[in-house]
Write a protein that binds this ligand. Structure first.
Ligand code: UDP
Length: 236
């Protein structure tokens, strides 16, 4: 049976406890377990893109006066720290992984080479993509769209921290906010809905990549979405 190839996007904040720890090993363990539970369903090849916002965001540093490109490179390095933490936790659970980075640090991770990434996935390894696209001015959302297109994954599972889907307005501010079950990429872009940045959205739209936005804080959700259960918001 041919396996289904998917990308899971985790924001950096997923690994943080929100207080004083940028990377909280306990939170990393919980997420790793969720990913491994999905992997153990069988039938899936899993690539993970992890963000770096728990440690550093280039745009915010630039707003505070730092030169944007340098600040963004720091952000990309932050995503590699997260990738290594996640790799460690997933391997503790007995699943083989490879971290592949778009900025080369061969002593700690494989360089990202598209065909090697596909080969790693075919061998049943979970591939964690660190370093974003390797270019400043982009985001790890765009990385998810780009890598999905490159490796032939037609769906991105977008795990959100405390949001269970896409709403017509901010549900934290508006009690009457309505959650969408489904949306088209066109609607997301047209209505300026905050799902991912517009570069990432456009890339998904142009390449027919679906996105499921869901809350990762509900135990078992990654497995649910991975097995095709309809939760969150589907964007197609
Ligand atoms: N970044 C970048 N190019 C990329 C991906 C990320 O410059 O292709 C930098 C950027 O500064 C960004 C930071 O890395 O703010 C962390 O990534 P992101 O904000 O996407 O992380 P998340 O919000 O998912 O935690």
């Amino acid at each position: 049976m041919e396996k289904k190839r998917i990308i899971i996007k985790l924001s950096g904040e997923a690994l943080s406890n929100g207080n004083n720890k940028a990377i909280d090993p306990e939170k990393v363990r919980v997420i790793a377990k969720e990913v491994v539970d999905a992997y153990n369903l069988g039938g899936l090849e899993i690539g993970i893109i992890v963000g770096g916002g728990n440690i550093w965001r280039g745009k915010i540093a630039a707003e505070m006066g730092m030169e944007r490109s340098s600040a963004d490179y720091m952000g990309m390095i932050a995503t590699i720290l997260n990738a290594l933490a996640l790799q460690n936790a997933i391997e503790e659970l007995g699943v083989e992984t490879r971290t592949m980075t778009s900025l080369n640090i061969p002593q700690v991770a494989e360089p990202y080479i598209r065909r090697k990434a596909i080969s790693n996935l075919e061998k049943g390894r979970i591939v964690i993509f660190g370093g974003g696209t390797g270019n400043p001015y982009f985001s790890t959302d765009t990385t998810s769209a780009l890598r999905a297109a490159e490796i032939g994954a037609n769906i991105i599972l977008m795990a959100k921290n405390g949001t269970d889907g896409v709403y017509n307005k901010d549900p934290r501010k508006h009690k009457d906010a309505v959650k969408y079950d489904e949306l088209t990429h066109h609607e997301v872009l047209d209505q300026g809905l905050q799902v991912m940045d517009s570069t990432a959205s456009a890339l998904c739209k142009d390449n027919g990549i679906k996105i499921v936005v869901f809350d990762m804080n509900t135990k078992g959700n990654i497995k649910r979405v991975a097995s095709g259960e309809k939760i969150g918001t589907l964007i197609y």
